[in-house]
Design a protein. Structure first.
Length: 370
Protein backbone atom coordinates (compact mmCIF):
# COMPACT_ATOMS: atom_id res chain seq x y z
CA UNK A 1 0.00 0.00 0.00
CA UNK A 2 1.08 3.61 -0.56
CA UNK A 3 2.94 5.40 2.19
CA UNK A 4 2.52 9.12 2.90
CA UNK A 5 5.23 11.16 1.23
CA UNK A 6 6.23 14.62 2.43
CA UNK A 7 8.97 17.23 2.57
CA UNK A 8 10.17 15.50 5.74
CA UNK A 9 10.56 12.25 3.78
CA UNK A 10 12.57 14.08 1.12
CA UNK A 11 14.85 15.49 3.81
CA UNK A 12 15.37 12.06 5.37
CA UNK A 13 16.10 10.43 1.99
CA UNK A 14 18.52 13.19 1.06
CA UNK A 15 20.30 12.77 4.37
CA UNK A 16 20.55 9.03 3.75
CA UNK A 17 22.22 9.63 0.38
CA UNK A 18 24.79 11.92 2.02
CA UNK A 19 25.28 9.34 4.75
CA UNK A 20 26.09 6.67 2.17
CA UNK A 21 28.80 8.92 0.74
CA UNK A 22 30.14 9.40 4.27
CA UNK A 23 30.39 5.62 4.70
CA UNK A 24 32.65 5.39 1.66
CA UNK A 25 34.84 8.13 3.10
CA UNK A 26 34.82 6.54 6.55
CA UNK A 27 35.44 2.92 5.63
CA UNK A 28 36.44 2.88 1.96
CA UNK A 29 40.19 3.01 2.58
CA UNK A 30 40.32 0.57 5.49
CA UNK A 31 42.52 -2.53 5.29
CA UNK A 32 41.22 -6.06 5.76
CA UNK A 33 42.85 -9.43 6.52
CA UNK A 34 43.10 -11.96 3.68
CA UNK A 35 44.71 -15.27 2.86
CA UNK A 36 46.55 -15.30 -0.46
CA UNK A 37 46.08 -18.70 -2.11
CA UNK A 38 47.10 -17.61 -5.61
CA UNK A 39 50.29 -19.66 -5.71
CA UNK A 40 49.58 -21.99 -2.78
CA UNK A 41 45.93 -23.15 -2.51
CA UNK A 42 46.71 -24.63 0.93
CA UNK A 43 48.14 -21.44 2.41
CA UNK A 44 46.67 -20.25 5.72
CA UNK A 45 48.94 -17.25 6.26
CA UNK A 46 46.91 -14.14 7.04
CA UNK A 47 48.06 -11.01 5.20
CA UNK A 48 46.65 -7.49 5.09
CA UNK A 49 44.92 -6.28 1.94
CA UNK A 50 45.72 -2.57 1.70
CA UNK A 51 43.97 -1.62 -1.53
CA UNK A 52 44.26 -1.35 -5.30
CA UNK A 53 46.97 0.49 -7.18
CA UNK A 54 47.17 0.61 -10.99
CA UNK A 55 45.79 -2.87 -11.50
CA UNK A 56 47.59 -4.49 -8.57
CA UNK A 57 46.20 -5.74 -5.27
CA UNK A 58 48.49 -4.34 -2.59
CA UNK A 59 49.32 -6.70 0.29
CA UNK A 60 51.21 -6.18 3.52
CA UNK A 61 53.00 -9.25 4.91
CA UNK A 62 53.25 -9.61 8.71
CA UNK A 63 56.74 -9.08 10.09
CA UNK A 64 58.05 -7.50 6.90
CA UNK A 65 58.49 -3.91 5.90
CA UNK A 66 56.99 -2.61 2.71
CA UNK A 67 54.20 -3.97 0.55
CA UNK A 68 53.86 -6.32 -2.41
CA UNK A 69 51.54 -6.13 -5.39
CA UNK A 70 49.64 -8.96 -7.07
CA UNK A 71 48.36 -8.16 -10.59
CA UNK A 72 44.61 -8.58 -11.00
CA UNK A 73 45.36 -10.52 -14.15
CA UNK A 74 47.41 -13.13 -12.27
CA UNK A 75 46.65 -16.70 -13.26
CA UNK A 76 44.66 -18.54 -10.57
CA UNK A 77 44.22 -15.35 -8.55
CA UNK A 78 42.56 -16.26 -5.25
CA UNK A 79 42.31 -14.19 -2.09
CA UNK A 80 40.08 -15.25 0.78
CA UNK A 81 38.91 -12.28 2.84
CA UNK A 82 38.80 -13.06 6.56
CA UNK A 83 35.59 -11.41 7.68
CA UNK A 84 35.18 -10.25 11.30
CA UNK A 85 32.87 -11.95 13.79
CA UNK A 86 30.31 -9.15 13.37
CA UNK A 87 29.67 -10.31 9.80
CA UNK A 88 28.98 -13.87 10.95
CA UNK A 89 26.54 -12.52 13.55
CA UNK A 90 24.88 -10.36 10.90
CA UNK A 91 24.44 -13.36 8.63
CA UNK A 92 22.62 -15.18 11.43
CA UNK A 93 20.37 -12.14 11.84
CA UNK A 94 19.58 -12.21 8.13
CA UNK A 95 18.53 -15.85 8.36
CA UNK A 96 15.71 -14.75 10.68
CA UNK A 97 14.93 -11.60 8.65
CA UNK A 98 16.34 -9.31 11.36
CA UNK A 99 17.54 -6.77 8.80
CA UNK A 100 17.84 -3.75 11.08
CA UNK A 101 20.10 -5.68 13.44
CA UNK A 102 22.30 -6.93 10.59
CA UNK A 103 22.84 -3.65 8.74
CA UNK A 104 25.10 -1.81 11.24
CA UNK A 105 27.10 -4.98 11.86
CA UNK A 106 27.87 -5.42 8.17
CA UNK A 107 28.22 -1.79 7.10
CA UNK A 108 31.90 -1.12 7.96
CA UNK A 109 33.11 -4.25 6.20
CA UNK A 110 30.87 -3.78 3.14
CA UNK A 111 32.21 -0.30 2.45
CA UNK A 112 35.76 -1.55 3.00
CA UNK A 113 35.51 -4.36 0.43
CA UNK A 114 33.17 -2.66 -2.05
CA UNK A 115 36.09 -1.40 -4.17
CA UNK A 116 36.91 -5.04 -5.00
CA UNK A 117 33.42 -5.81 -6.31
CA UNK A 118 34.47 -6.20 -9.94
CA UNK A 119 36.97 -8.94 -9.08
CA UNK A 120 35.39 -12.29 -10.12
CA UNK A 121 33.85 -14.26 -7.23
CA UNK A 122 36.13 -17.21 -7.93
CA UNK A 123 39.11 -14.92 -7.26
CA UNK A 124 37.83 -13.12 -4.16
CA UNK A 125 34.89 -13.72 -1.83
CA UNK A 126 33.40 -10.22 -2.04
CA UNK A 127 30.05 -10.68 -3.78
CA UNK A 128 28.27 -12.64 -1.05
CA UNK A 129 28.56 -10.00 1.67
CA UNK A 130 27.51 -7.15 -0.65
CA UNK A 131 24.65 -9.29 -1.93
CA UNK A 132 23.47 -9.92 1.63
CA UNK A 133 23.87 -6.27 2.62
CA UNK A 134 21.82 -5.05 -0.34
CA UNK A 135 19.13 -7.58 0.48
CA UNK A 136 18.96 -6.15 3.98
CA UNK A 137 18.89 -2.54 2.76
CA UNK A 138 16.17 -3.19 0.18
CA UNK A 139 14.08 -5.26 2.59
CA UNK A 140 14.09 -2.84 5.54
CA UNK A 141 12.17 0.45 5.07
CA UNK A 142 14.17 3.63 5.41
CA UNK A 143 17.38 2.49 3.69
CA UNK A 144 16.33 3.17 0.09
CA UNK A 145 18.83 5.91 -0.67
CA UNK A 146 21.80 4.03 0.76
CA UNK A 147 20.80 1.04 -1.35
CA UNK A 148 20.51 3.31 -4.39
CA UNK A 149 23.99 4.74 -3.84
CA UNK A 150 25.49 1.25 -3.78
CA UNK A 151 23.46 -0.03 -6.72
CA UNK A 152 24.46 2.96 -8.86
CA UNK A 153 28.09 1.90 -8.45
CA UNK A 154 27.40 -1.62 -9.74
CA UNK A 155 27.29 -2.49 -13.44
CA UNK A 156 24.11 -4.57 -13.38
CA UNK A 157 24.82 -5.89 -16.88
CA UNK A 158 27.95 -7.62 -15.58
CA UNK A 159 26.91 -8.44 -12.02
CA UNK A 160 25.12 -11.68 -11.03
CA UNK A 161 21.33 -11.67 -11.45
CA UNK A 162 20.77 -11.39 -7.68
CA UNK A 163 21.90 -7.75 -7.80
CA UNK A 164 19.23 -6.96 -10.37
CA UNK A 165 16.72 -8.47 -7.95
CA UNK A 166 17.88 -6.01 -5.29
CA UNK A 167 17.54 -3.24 -7.86
CA UNK A 168 13.94 -4.34 -8.49
CA UNK A 169 13.12 -4.07 -4.79
CA UNK A 170 14.70 -0.62 -4.78
CA UNK A 171 12.56 0.36 -7.78
CA UNK A 172 9.44 -0.77 -5.97
CA UNK A 173 10.34 1.28 -2.89
CA UNK A 174 10.99 4.38 -4.98
CA UNK A 175 7.63 4.07 -6.68
CA UNK A 176 5.99 3.57 -3.30
CA UNK A 177 7.68 6.74 -2.01
CA UNK A 178 6.57 8.73 -5.04
CA UNK A 179 10.08 9.00 -6.54
CA UNK A 180 9.14 7.72 -9.96
CA UNK A 181 12.07 9.39 -11.74
CA UNK A 182 14.53 7.53 -9.50
CA UNK A 183 12.57 4.33 -10.05
CA UNK A 184 12.64 4.68 -13.83
CA UNK A 185 16.33 5.56 -13.86
CA UNK A 186 17.20 2.38 -11.97
CA UNK A 187 14.69 0.30 -13.92
CA UNK A 188 16.36 1.30 -17.17
CA UNK A 189 19.71 0.07 -15.83
CA UNK A 190 18.41 -3.43 -15.18
CA UNK A 191 19.42 -5.66 -18.12
CA UNK A 192 16.41 -7.07 -19.93
CA UNK A 193 16.70 -8.51 -23.40
CA UNK A 194 15.61 -11.55 -25.32
CA UNK A 195 18.87 -13.35 -24.58
CA UNK A 196 18.57 -12.96 -20.80
CA UNK A 197 15.61 -15.26 -20.19
CA UNK A 198 16.55 -15.80 -16.54
CA UNK A 199 16.30 -12.07 -15.89
CA UNK A 200 13.01 -11.77 -17.76
CA UNK A 201 11.56 -14.65 -15.74
CA UNK A 202 12.74 -13.00 -12.53
CA UNK A 203 11.16 -9.66 -13.41
CA UNK A 204 7.93 -11.33 -14.49
CA UNK A 205 7.72 -13.27 -11.22
CA UNK A 206 8.47 -10.16 -9.20
CA UNK A 207 5.81 -8.17 -11.06
CA UNK A 208 3.34 -10.99 -10.37
CA UNK A 209 4.10 -10.85 -6.65
CA UNK A 210 3.50 -7.11 -6.61
CA UNK A 211 0.26 -7.53 -8.56
CA UNK A 212 -1.01 -10.21 -6.19
CA UNK A 213 -0.23 -7.95 -3.23
CA UNK A 214 -2.32 -5.19 -4.76
CA UNK A 215 0.68 -3.01 -5.65
CA UNK A 216 -0.62 -2.45 -9.17
CA UNK A 217 1.24 0.78 -9.98
CA UNK A 218 4.54 -0.83 -9.01
CA UNK A 219 3.76 -3.92 -11.08
CA UNK A 220 2.81 -1.69 -14.01
CA UNK A 221 6.33 -0.18 -14.03
CA UNK A 222 7.82 -3.64 -14.47
CA UNK A 223 5.34 -4.69 -17.15
CA UNK A 224 6.10 -1.51 -19.09
CA UNK A 225 9.80 -2.35 -18.92
CA UNK A 226 9.22 -5.94 -20.05
CA UNK A 227 7.24 -4.75 -23.05
CA UNK A 228 10.46 -3.28 -24.40
CA UNK A 229 11.78 -6.81 -25.05
CA UNK A 230 9.83 -6.98 -28.30
CA UNK A 231 9.37 -10.37 -29.89
CA UNK A 232 9.57 -12.30 -26.60
CA UNK A 233 6.76 -14.21 -24.91
CA UNK A 234 7.39 -12.02 -21.88
CA UNK A 235 6.61 -8.87 -23.87
CA UNK A 236 3.26 -10.16 -25.10
CA UNK A 237 2.24 -11.45 -21.68
CA UNK A 238 3.27 -8.14 -20.12
CA UNK A 239 0.97 -6.27 -22.48
CA UNK A 240 -1.96 -8.30 -21.19
CA UNK A 241 -0.92 -7.90 -17.56
CA UNK A 242 -0.70 -4.16 -18.17
CA UNK A 243 -4.28 -4.37 -19.41
CA UNK A 244 -5.19 -6.34 -16.29
CA UNK A 245 -3.64 -3.72 -13.99
CA UNK A 246 -5.39 -0.90 -15.80
CA UNK A 247 -8.84 -2.44 -15.55
CA UNK A 248 -8.20 -3.19 -11.87
CA UNK A 249 -7.29 0.48 -11.39
CA UNK A 250 -10.54 1.58 -13.01
CA UNK A 251 -9.10 2.34 -16.43
CA UNK A 252 -11.13 -0.13 -18.49
CA UNK A 253 -10.89 1.89 -21.72
CA UNK A 254 -7.09 1.96 -21.54
CA UNK A 255 -7.11 -1.75 -20.72
CA UNK A 256 -8.99 -2.39 -23.96
CA UNK A 257 -6.26 -0.58 -25.90
CA UNK A 258 -3.65 -2.91 -24.40
CA UNK A 259 -5.75 -5.95 -25.30
CA UNK A 260 -5.88 -4.73 -28.90
CA UNK A 261 -2.11 -4.18 -28.80
CA UNK A 262 -1.60 -7.83 -27.87
CA UNK A 263 -3.04 -8.77 -31.27
CA UNK A 264 -5.28 -11.58 -32.40
CA UNK A 265 -4.76 -14.71 -30.36
CA UNK A 266 -5.81 -18.28 -30.99
CA UNK A 267 -6.95 -20.76 -28.30
CA UNK A 268 -3.69 -22.66 -28.70
CA UNK A 269 -1.67 -19.54 -27.80
CA UNK A 270 -0.40 -19.67 -24.20
CA UNK A 271 -1.75 -16.24 -23.25
CA UNK A 272 -5.11 -16.63 -25.00
CA UNK A 273 -6.87 -17.50 -21.74
CA UNK A 274 -5.21 -14.53 -20.01
CA UNK A 275 -6.54 -12.25 -22.72
CA UNK A 276 -10.01 -13.72 -22.19
CA UNK A 277 -9.74 -13.06 -18.45
CA UNK A 278 -8.90 -9.42 -19.12
CA UNK A 279 -11.75 -9.09 -21.61
CA UNK A 280 -14.12 -10.55 -19.02
CA UNK A 281 -12.91 -8.09 -16.39
CA UNK A 282 -13.50 -5.22 -18.81
CA UNK A 283 -17.09 -6.42 -19.26
CA UNK A 284 -17.48 -6.71 -15.49
CA UNK A 285 -16.45 -3.08 -15.15
CA UNK A 286 -19.92 -2.20 -16.50
CA UNK A 287 -21.60 -5.16 -14.72
CA UNK A 288 -22.12 -6.89 -18.05
CA UNK A 289 -22.23 -10.40 -16.60
CA UNK A 290 -23.50 -12.01 -19.79
CA UNK A 291 -20.68 -10.55 -21.85
CA UNK A 292 -18.14 -11.38 -19.16
CA UNK A 293 -19.37 -14.96 -19.05
CA UNK A 294 -18.95 -15.35 -22.80
CA UNK A 295 -15.36 -14.07 -22.66
CA UNK A 296 -14.36 -16.05 -19.57
CA UNK A 297 -15.95 -19.29 -20.79
CA UNK A 298 -13.82 -19.21 -23.95
CA UNK A 299 -10.75 -18.79 -21.78
CA UNK A 300 -11.67 -21.65 -19.44
CA UNK A 301 -11.87 -24.04 -22.39
CA UNK A 302 -8.28 -23.19 -23.35
CA UNK A 303 -6.61 -22.58 -19.97
CA UNK A 304 -4.01 -24.86 -18.44
CA UNK A 305 -4.64 -25.38 -14.72
CA UNK A 306 -0.95 -24.68 -14.13
CA UNK A 307 -1.23 -21.09 -15.36
CA UNK A 308 -1.12 -18.53 -12.56
CA UNK A 309 -4.29 -16.85 -13.80
CA UNK A 310 -6.35 -20.07 -14.02
CA UNK A 311 -8.02 -19.79 -10.57
CA UNK A 312 -9.13 -16.21 -11.19
CA UNK A 313 -10.42 -17.03 -14.65
CA UNK A 314 -12.52 -19.90 -13.33
CA UNK A 315 -13.65 -17.81 -10.35
CA UNK A 316 -14.87 -15.19 -12.80
CA UNK A 317 -17.21 -17.71 -14.40
CA UNK A 318 -18.56 -18.60 -10.96
CA UNK A 319 -19.15 -14.92 -10.20
CA UNK A 320 -21.01 -14.53 -13.48
CA UNK A 321 -23.17 -17.59 -12.82
CA UNK A 322 -23.96 -16.23 -9.37
CA UNK A 323 -25.06 -12.87 -10.70
CA UNK A 324 -26.97 -14.41 -13.63
CA UNK A 325 -29.01 -16.39 -11.07
CA UNK A 326 -27.53 -19.84 -11.63
CA UNK A 327 -26.60 -20.56 -8.00
CA UNK A 328 -26.15 -24.33 -8.37
CA UNK A 329 -23.68 -23.91 -11.22
CA UNK A 330 -21.89 -21.12 -9.36
CA UNK A 331 -21.62 -23.43 -6.34
CA UNK A 332 -19.97 -26.15 -8.42
CA UNK A 333 -17.44 -23.65 -9.77
CA UNK A 334 -16.60 -22.22 -6.34
CA UNK A 335 -16.24 -25.71 -4.86
CA UNK A 336 -13.89 -26.70 -7.66
CA UNK A 337 -11.62 -23.75 -6.93
CA UNK A 338 -11.54 -24.52 -3.22
CA UNK A 339 -10.70 -28.14 -4.02
CA UNK A 340 -7.92 -27.57 -6.55
CA UNK A 341 -6.35 -24.33 -5.20
CA UNK A 342 -7.05 -24.40 -1.44
CA UNK A 343 -4.20 -22.00 -0.57
CA UNK A 344 -5.00 -19.50 -3.32
CA UNK A 345 -6.70 -16.19 -2.57
CA UNK A 346 -9.36 -17.06 -5.13
CA UNK A 347 -10.27 -20.05 -2.96
CA UNK A 348 -10.92 -17.63 -0.10
CA UNK A 349 -13.13 -15.53 -2.35
CA UNK A 350 -14.87 -18.69 -3.54
CA UNK A 351 -15.63 -19.64 0.06
CA UNK A 352 -17.17 -16.22 0.50
CA UNK A 353 -19.19 -16.83 -2.66
CA UNK A 354 -20.44 -20.15 -1.29
CA UNK A 355 -21.58 -18.33 1.84
CA UNK A 356 -23.57 -15.84 -0.27
CA UNK A 357 -25.39 -18.49 -2.29
CA UNK A 358 -28.80 -19.80 -1.22
CA UNK A 359 -28.99 -23.43 -0.01
CA UNK A 360 -28.96 -25.97 -2.84
CA UNK A 361 -32.35 -27.05 -4.13
CA UNK A 362 -33.45 -30.41 -2.67
CA UNK A 363 -33.09 -33.30 -5.07
CA UNK A 364 -36.33 -34.84 -6.22
CA UNK A 365 -36.75 -38.41 -5.04
CA UNK A 366 -37.62 -41.03 -7.63
CA UNK A 367 -41.19 -42.43 -7.31
CA UNK A 368 -41.34 -45.62 -5.24
CA UNK A 369 -41.44 -48.76 -7.31
CA UNK A 370 -39.90 -47.02 -10.31
Amino acid sequence: MKRLFSVACLFILGAAATQAQDYFRQYGNETIPVINQTTDPKSTEVLTLVGLDRGDLILRIPGRQGEVGIPLQSANLKLQIQYPDDVALAMRNLESDEYEAAIPLMRPTVYTVFRYFEIPPESMNVHAIIDSYLKALTSAPGHEQEAGELLRRIDLKKAPAAFSQHALRYVTSMVDLGQQDAALTMLNRIPMNADNVEMLDMVMDFAGELRDQGNLDEAQFLYDRLQQTEGTDHAQESILWSAYCNVALGRAQLAGIFVDKAGDLEPEDRVYSLAQLVKAKIKLDTLNYTGAMEEAAQGVVAVDVGFSWAPELIYTTGLCYENLDFPDTAREVYQEIVLFWPENKWATLSEQGLFRLPPPAPKEEAPSGA
